[in-house]
Each structure stands twice: as C-alpha cells, then as structure tokens.
Design a protein around this ligand. Sequence first.
Ligand code: MGD
Ligand code: MGD
Ligand code: SF4
Ligand code: MO
Length: 819
Amino acid sequence: MERRDFLKVSASIAALSSITACNTTSEDSEEVKELAPEEVTTMSSCNVNCKATCPLVITTVDGIITKVTPETTTIDSEDGFVIRQQRPCARGHSAKQKIYNPDRILHPLKRIGERGSGQFEQISWDQAFSEIGVKLKNIYDTYGSRSVFNLAGSSLGAIHSPTPINNLLNVMGGYTGLFSSMSFSQVEKIMPYMYGTRPYSSIVESKFSDLYLFFGFNPLETGASGAGYGFEWQHVKGDTPVICFDPRYTDSMLGREESHYFVRPGTDAALCEAMAHHLISTDQVDTSFLKEKCYGFWAEPEMPDPHNPSLTLPAVPYEECYEAHILGIKDGIAKTPEWGSKITGVPAETIREVANRLAQAKAPFVIAGWSIQRQLNGEDNIRAISTLSLMVGAVGKRGTTNGDMAFSEIATTNAFFVLPSVPANEKNAKVRMAAWPRAILDGENMTVIKDDIILPPDEIDSRGDGKLGANIKCAWVRGGNHLGQQGDTFKIAKELKDQTNVELIINIENHMSSTAMYSDYVLPEMTWYEQTDLPWSNLQSGSMPFVIATTGIPRIGDTKSTWEICEGIAKVLGIESEFSMGMTPTQVLEHGYQVLRMFHPELPSTLSEMQEKQIFKFANPCDDSESSAIRHCAMYEYVTNGGLLNTASGKIDIYSHKLRELAEKNQIPDYWRSTDYINPIAKYMVVPGGYEDSDLVSNYPLQLVNFHAKSNVHSGYTNSQWLKDAMRRAAWVNPSDASGFKDGDQIVIESSFGKIQVEARVTQRVMPGVISYGQGFKFTPVGDLDIGGNFNSLTSHTMTSTVAKGTGVNSNRVRIYKA
Ligand SMILES: Nc1nc2c(c(=O)[nH]1)N[C@H]1C(S)=C(S)[C@@H](COP(=O)(O)OP(=O)(O)OC[C@H]3O[C@@H](n4cnc5c(=O)[nH]c(N)nc54)[C@H](O)[C@@H]3O)O[C@H]1N2
Ligand SMILES: Nc1nc2c(c(=O)[nH]1)N[C@H]1C(S)=C(S)[C@@H](COP(=O)(O)OP(=O)(O)OC[C@H]3O[C@@H](n4cnc5c(=O)[nH]c(N)nc54)[C@H](O)[C@@H]3O)O[C@H]1N2
Ligand code: SF4
Ligand SMILES: [Mo]
C-alpha cells in the first residue's frame, strides 16, 4: 500500500473510532488513542529565491497539512546567535496556501488554445513523454543544439534543480544555457575590474563599525527571515547610527535610522561624486590608503605591467584620473554638492554633512542594495559607491565593506556543484539571464562583445568576439517565470504567440505562472515540500551556514520530479542510461552528500543519519581573530598584508585599464543618451529612462523604480490570499504627484513599453517625482493593459547596461492617471 493510501485508511479508521469513543468506557480509550489520526512532522524548506532557504516543519494528518512551524533543532541546546534557530517569515508560514492554491498544476497539460489563452487539455505522462521526445529530437535535427535553450530559474535544491534537464540536453548534443542573474549581474561583472574578484563583507562584520551608510539597502524587507541577514543586522547594529539614501522610506528604517534621505533613482553615482568633491576640497581623503592600495585616483606613470614585466602598463594622465573628473578638469563641470543636488534631489548641505560624517567615522559600513545596479548605469552606480569608500580608506579594515551587498557565508554550496552529472557538451553556449528574450528573434546576431554571451573557445576570434548564431527554437523552463520577470513582457508575449519563432516551449512548474500560460506542455513538478533533497543556506540566510535534509510530505496530484520527467523523455529516446549515468536520484544525492562530507567531515556519516538529524548548522563566529577577519571582512587580507590583485594595475583599480580597453571595443548603442558609455573610472551618466532623459521627460514626467516586496518573492507566493490580506500591493505615489485620484483608487501606470493597472497608495514615504511599485505580480493582459500589474510590462530588455549587458528595469519613466 502506498504511504498516502495508508494514511487515508488510518485516518478513516480514526474517524470511525472517535464516533465509537462516545460510548466507550475508559478501558477502551487505549485502543482509541492507537487509532487516532496519525500526525506526521516532516522537515522541509522554503526554497523560493529570496535567498534565505528557511527550514519549515510541516505537520500533516492523513497527508494533509495542518501546521507549518519553525524548526526547533537547537532551541533547547545551543540556540543563541552563532548557532541559532532558523525562523521563517510570514511567506514561509503560508506554505500551506501555496501548496493547495487553486492555480497549482496537478496533471500534465498540453496547450490547445493559442499561447497565452490558458486553454489546456489534461494528458497522460506517457503522451507527454512521447510527444515531447519526438518534437525535441526534430528540433535538434532541424536547427541544431544551440537553438535549444535551457531557461533554468532560481529554485534552489540540490537534485531538485535544473541539473536533470542539463543532463538530458547534454546527452542529446548540448544546449544554450543561461548564466548570471537578474539579481546582481552589474555588480558581479564590475567588481573584478576594481578588485580582481568580487569581495563582500558579511553583515555581522558591521558589529565593528561606527556608522552605517546605506544606498538603497533594505535588509529587513529583502532579508526577512528570522535568522538571515536582516535579523543579523538588527542583532549587531546596537546604537550605531544609520544614514540611508533611498527613493522610498523603507521598513528597515522606521526609527532605526539617524537620517533617511530621498535620492532620485539612478543618481547615486552623482551623489557619490558630489560627496567626493567635498572630501577633496576639505582635504578629507585618505591619501596614504589611496596611494598605497589603489590606482588611478591621481595620475599614474607608465610602468611595467605588474603581472608581466615584459609588457607596459600605460600612464594615466592627470585629466583622466578620478580626482580630475571630480574637479571637472576635462569636462569643465566641477562635481560640487550644488551640482549633485540638482541631479539627485539631495540638498547640497546634506551632501556635505554626510561626507563629513563618512570621513570622521573610524569604520563606516558603506553598503548598497542591488536595485541601484539593476539600472542602465548600474555598473558605475555601484563603482562610485565603492570608490567613495576607498576615498576614506573604508575598505579592508574591520567593520567595513566595499559597497556591495553584504551577503552570507555560503561555503557549503561548493560541494553541491559536484553532484554527479553528465559532462557539459563542449559546444554549449550561454547567454545572460536578462538577455534571453533577445534570442527569440535575434539570437543569431548576439555576440560576445555586444551581448556578453559565452561561447566555446574555438568560436572566439582574434578580437575576442564571436556570434551565437541561433535563435531559440525550443525553450525549457523550470523554476523561473521568465515571461513576467524579464523586461518588456508585452513584447516577449507577442513574440512567443507566433509559434514560428519558438516552436516548442516545455515548462516544468508547480503553478500556472504567466510563462506557463504561454507554454505548449506544462509538466507538474511536486513542490519542495514534497521532495527529498539537501537544500542549503544561501546569500541571505545569514552568516551561519547550514544544510537541511528534507524528506518530503506525501505528494498531491499526479506530479513528478524534474529527474523523473527527464528520465521519462530519455526512455522514449532510448538514452535513459546515458541520462541517468546508471544511478537513481537517491544514489546521486548520496554521492553528492559524500562529496559535501569531504569539505565538511563533521557532518553525519551517511545521508540517512543526516536525514535523522534534519539540519546541520556550522558555527561561523565573527570575532577579533585573524581567521574571522579574513572570512568576514572584504579585502582584509590585501589591505593588511598586501599582495598583487588580479586587476590591470595589481592594486585596487579606481581607474581600470581593462575597462579602457573594453570601451575601445564596444560600440555605443543607438539608444544611449550620453557620450560616456564604458568608463575607466566610475561616472554618473544620463541614461534612457533616467532622471535627466530629456527625450522622455515631457511625456513621462515621473521616474519609476521597483522594490522586492514583503508580500511576495518575485512571482512566488503572489497567489497567497493570506499574504494579499496582510500586505497591501499598491504603487507608492507621493501626494504631490497624485493628481485626479486618491489613495486606494485604481490607477494606470504607463511607460513607452506598456501600461498596467494597479491600486494607488498615496504616501509621503516615496520621493516626489518617483513612483515605486513591487515587482513579481502576474502578467494579465486585457488588450494593451496589464490588469495584473506586472512591473515588467513597463520595462525594456533591448536596452542593457554598459559592461555586464545586464538588466535596466529600474531605469524607467512613466506617467500615471486614474483608471
Ligand atoms: N522589474 C523587475 N524584474 C525583476 C526584478 C526586479 O527587481 N525588477 N528582480 C529580478 C530578480 S533579482 C530575480 S532573482 C528574478 C526572479 O525571477 P524568477 O527566477 O523567474 O523567479 P520567480 O518569479 O519566483 O519564478 C519562479 C517560478 O518557478 C516556479 N517554481 C518554484 N519552485 C519550483 C519548483 O520547485 N519546481 C518547479 N518546476 N517550479 C518551481 C514558481 O511557481 C514560479 O513560477 O526576477 C527578476 N525580475
Ligand atoms: N521580500 C522579498 N525579499 C527578497 C526578494 C523578494 O522578491 N521579496 N528577492 C530576493 C532577491 S532574488 C534579491 S536579488 C534581493 C534583491 O535585493 P535588492 O535589489 O537590494 O532589493 P530591492 O527591493 O529591489 O531594492 C532595495 C531598495 O533600493 C531602493 N532603490 C531603488 N532604486 C534606487 C536607487 O537608484 N538609488 C537608491 N539609493 N536606492 C534605490 C528601493 O527603493 C529599495 O528600497 O532580495 C531578495 N529578497
Ligand atoms: S525568508 Fe525567504 S526563505 Fe525564509 S520563509 Fe521567508 S520567503 Fe521563505
Ligand atoms: Mo534576485
């Protein structure tokens, strides 16, 4: 008997017993107790991509969830700060709503209406496997492997992941995959030009700090778990003052701040330049730090290349260095606080005051969220913030960071990347996550330099360039809602509707997402809660790494895992053993677990012992020790002990020769508004959709910027009625911009890309001239209006940032009016 059936039977028996129990004597009560419904508790986790991976204890009776509670594995013993209880947020607690939501997909579906119509018929798994097998093979034969795109999303388990799809497609001859993320592509790409790597401090490092300076950093809403980096920040913050620049007054403030200032979206680089001007003109820069550890703040002489002394590193003439830029030596524009104030909306006096505070602090923790780099000038926004920290010597010393988001220790992840898998096909190419929609019509012309694609080495020419050479003909989607989550949803939807573009869309999903609505086959996967796996701590989990052994509640519906789905298709194609490498999923997981143990021998010796233990938490204290400093403080080793960084100069490159060379190769795109594009030093630039975009200002008078809302994680949890009731989903409008409507009214937000209808929240908590709205709501087009209020119905994917070619969804101008 299947466990589920067994549970059902035992529950029915229990129900019967309770009726009989009315007439029983006390002697019978023992029997009644035995037959009571079986309450089962299961360790599970919330793997939605909020990057915290909280454990969840799920209690079921007869396979049906009755409770979702936090784990308590260390509550009576070691619970404290270093080893602590991992408490989920309101979203995690609403897991039951997510699992039983009516939009849950419980049977394989085949599209029968046009894409987007939502018309599907239920089919058997056998039919799904055989039809997909034939169609997939046909695409490989007709268009080649590069036209098969694996659009993997952000679901985070070990085996419960896109790995089985990679395996299947590698056996079939390869595929085009995705790399990087919508989260932090600009900062990830640009930091190595400055530091040779992407350094970051843990948030707990800030316990040694005496000032927080936030640029769009909102830890209590983006790191909401009761143990993650928001929790840690509150724990270590104490009385340390916080100064925050954000176009919105966020929940991270609410009295925790010393000062909060509105700043116009996309203008942080100008704000930093204006502060830099004040620091220079009041002689407050850390001269010895800039000379010893950094390169290009001032002029630099020609010298031998530190990595290869037989080559020469060219000079940096004074007019090209950072100081000259700030003083306006070349362009005649001194970046004074008054200059900065006009662009940023921050009063000049405030700019001076904050710059003074920064210079006077011993260990300022200068930190930016990632929204500021999800813009067309994102690389320079984050680099300007990092440069500001360098100017006051606030990098590499205890209590400091380098401007990037302070994320968590994730040492445990290393091992998971060595789960046994089919070797990657040597012909595989990759496109950036944010760039895939461009491959629908123009993949053939996407190149390394223009689009930052990754090609096999033998396809790269002497200039370092090469072409993708294929459009998407087949798209696999799993764990991502790419139609709604990437720029210009209306355009993507239109292109997907024409089946001569992408001929086959296979989507492995839990819910009827907007992307599923446009898919040809929607294959239901069981949720994380129903899976046996080994999820682990992630970027926003906090500094205590952990591994969770989930064992899964009974499955509902006729669902399968991604492994089972790919295995079914492989069987039809006669490549089952190549796909599975002769292993079962359990064996793959066991193997992965043993690799993990090689990194962490302290873990229980077998997977089943680990499953009994449920969670393993690794102590990772942040204290005075050298090892702790190296682990938690960005650039500590280099600043303390010196060394040669993997940058052009071998030091921290405020001026980057590598970027100068890259600029020479890149053509400035037609849509660009500024004469600057890729810059050797960080510069504020006027960008399309930015504050100073004069082409759009008159038609679209307001700036639009989104945030990652409390009520949802991207499009995950958006369907939970509890969360909808608890947290209002509305566009924030300053009273001065609310003309013709009032709080609670439905309004239309319209950009040059599309329009959406949403509720207005009229509030002083958003800057005048700025509309701020959460992202992740379901694309629901009615004609040319999206009544679901999906943010990306207003954004672009054809315009990209400069170096990373990352998403510019936050560089946006709109008009608003009553619906
Ligand atoms: N305008 C704008 N757009 C943005 C952002 C922004 O700030 N502004 N943020 C960007 C960022 S940072 C990110 S990370 C992306 C996120 O974008 P996505 O990675 O697309 O994330 P989700 O919207 O959460 O979509 C996840 C999908 O996977 C499904 N899913 C969840 N778990 C499972 C599972 O176990 N198995 C399967 N098969 N499916 C599952 C969910 O039902 C959901 O449809 O969005 C980006 N898009
Ligand atoms: N609740 C919740 N938490 C999440 C997620 C979620 O969807 N929901 N997603 C997770 C994921 S995948 C990611 S990548 C992270 C995202 O983390 P972030 O990208 O840091 O989060 P955002 O909310 O987009 O932006 C943070 C703040 O920046 C402000 N801001 C926007 N533009 C600017 C600007 O130009 N200048 C300044 N100074 N501030 C600006 C916004 O108003 C917002 O308050 O969050 C993670 N956590
Ligand atoms: S903080 Fe993130 S991972 Fe944790 S329960 Fe909430 S949504 Fe899930
Ligand atoms: Mo993200």
